[in-house]
Design a protein around this ligand. Structure first.
Ligand SMILES: Cc1cc2nc3c(=O)[nH]c(=O)nc-3n(C[C@H](O)[C@H](O)[C@H](O)COP(=O)(O)OP(=O)(O)OC[C@H]3O[C@@H](n4cnc5c(N)ncnc54)[C@H](O)[C@@H]3O)c2cc1C
Length: 465
């Protein structure tokens, strides 16, 4: 059967769904993307307010694969793609109420006050630490403490884990959440050795490491990305369509959806769900109890994004970096702040500065109430103190993501196996999205190619024998 005759329904128009849909359409499939929102992008939401441009979801992505540039080019967005200001490469860590740059060279590491002499000496033992056990049941906290010592965990990895996953290092599985880090130990026997040898391998594969990959966004914010894909494939994207139920029959799949309170039905030969796991678990009655439970058990902690704007003249702290992260040990009410207007142009007027603060996550999932005014006041007061700010912000915007980022917690391999088993037993129904293969924008785009390959091999086996 020709691909033009094979109907693929992609559920969800976040970056995972849209990027996969784009390649599927190019390949010749008859694709429909169903999205419940009235706009595409899922977690990517950009808004403008007079002097400010606000990203409520990702502020940027890392160009870890050439696929990103290829996609951006093909959808005609290349001239809008911008890279982080070089000055913004310094990342600060809060310790004893002051900001310390995270050292990026051996000399800076020896000089920094972020780590004690004991911690620095401990790090030098790393190449001699033996391999650990099963990384799927080993937390990133255990892994790092064993290899690099407690202080490195507390003042480098703990804040880094909050910055990426809004996660708890004692709960995230090192092999599932940080597969590349775990691989360094597995393959090369250590992180330092692995980093040197791994760089050579990446060069061969034409890939960038997350540390050296360029940080990008778009002049008009991250939502431009899903919006431009949607514009390019607009005949294939159905917004305001809520998927309610999928049924399997001998011809393929029947899709039940509602659009502005009216009920509709459609058919598809292949389903690719990129909806969040807890939503995917609701739509397919043929799912057995194990997979429903598995999907529902993936923890998505709440995260509040607090976006603040100030006149530059009121900020005492030099704005010469990416922002800062706060280790749990420092006991503050928020996780860290990105200095949005320092990193990218067009985030605030010339004389203003804007900041994106993150609150909650796995570190304190029970922080939020119906009214979060006191919490927000407290965060602003702590932030002003750290940044030596005079007066109140002139812009204050919040968004509470009640279920923000899926946590690849200990034993996540069992989640992945249950999903594989489900797909084997329900041929033609694929699960995807940020709860599989990485949560970053870069990983979601990378996975779009993997999903395309998975669908192509299914079609080859089922339709083109
Ligand atoms: C606050 C925040 C900050 C982040 N910061 C960064 C960052 O700086 N860098 C980075 O790389 N990553 C970041 N991430 C992670 C990254 O943005 C996400 O992992 C990624 O965008 C997820 O894309 P997705 O398409 O897999 O899922 P989503 O974006 O969640 O898309 C799923 C889509 O499914 C739709 N849907 C749900 N139910 C239905 C239904 N019944 N019918 C139809 N459609 C439905 C939803 O409306 C949504 O559009 C951040 C995430 C958050 C929340």
């Amino acid at each position: 059967m020709e691909k033009e005759k094979i109907k693929v329904a992609v559920l969800g128009a976040g970056i995972s769904g849209l990027s996969t849909a784009y390649w599927l359409i190019k390949e010749g499939y008859d694709v429909t993307v169903y999205e419940s929102n009235r706009f595409p992008g899922g977690a990517m939401i950009t808004e403008t307010d007079d002097d400010y441009l606000i990203d409520y979801g990702p502020n940027s992505g890392l160009e870890t694969t050439p696929l990103i540039s290829k996609l951006v080019d093909e959808i005609g967005l290349k001239d809008q793609m911008i890279y982080a200001n070089e000055n913004a490469s310094i990342r600060y860590i809060l310790k004893n109420n002051s900001l310390h740059p995270l050292p990026t060279s051996a000399a800076a590491f020896l000089k920094t006050k972020l780590f004690s002499v004991k911690a620095k000496l401990r790090l030098m033992k790393e190449p001699f630490v033996g391999k650990s056990g099963d990384g799927y049941f080993q937390s990133i906290a255990e892994f790092v403490e064993r290899r690099l010592g407690r202080e490195f965990l507390d003042y480098a990895i703990d804040p880094f884990v909050s910055g990426v996953f809004a996660g708890d290092p004692a709960k995230l599985s090192v092999a599932s959440a940080f597969p590349k880090l775990y691989r360094l130990e597995e393959i090369y026997g250590g992180l330092i050795k692995g980093m040197i040898l791994g760089a050579r391998e990446r060069k061969k594969r034409n890939e960038e490491s997350k540390q050296s990959a360029k940080m990008f966004t778009f002049y008009n914010g991250m939502q431009s990305f899903p919006q431009a894909i949607t514009d390019k494939i607009k005949d294939n994207v159905r917004l305001k369509c809520i998927i309610e139920k999928i049924e399997k029959n001998d011809k393929g799949f029947k899709i039940y959806y509602s659009e502005q309170d009216f009920k509709f039905e459609a058919t598809a030969d292949i389903i690719l769900s990129t909806m969040p796991a807890y939503k995917a678990s609701e739509i397919y009655p043929a799912m057995d109890e194990t997979i429903v439970k598995t999907l529902n058990n993936i923890f998505y902690p709440p995260v509040m994004v607090l976006y603040l704007g100030y006149k530059k003249e009121n900020i005492g702290q030099p704005l010469d970096g990416f922002g800062f992260l706060i280790p749990s040990k420092e006991k503050k009410s928020f996780l860290g702040a990105i200095w949005s207007s320092t990193i990218f142009p067009n985030r605030a007027a010339k004389d203003k500065a804007s900041f994106t603060l993150f609150i909650g996550g796995s570190r304190s999932p029970n922080l939020f109430n119906k009214n979060n005014d006191d919490l927000i006041k407290n965060v602003i007061s702590e932030f002003s103190d750290i940044m030596k700010i005079k007066g109140e912000p002139e812009l204050l915007k919040t968004k509470l993501w009640e279920r923000a980022i899926p946590q690849y917690n200990l034993g996540y391999i069992q989640t992945e196996s249950a999903i594989k088993k489900f797909e084997k037993e329900n041929k033609g129904f694929f699960l995807g999205g940020n709860y599989l293969g990485g949560i970053s924008v870069g990983d979601c785009v990378k996975n779009s190619e993997i999903n395309l390959d998975r669908i192509n091999s299914f079609v080859k086996n089922e339709y083109q024998k």
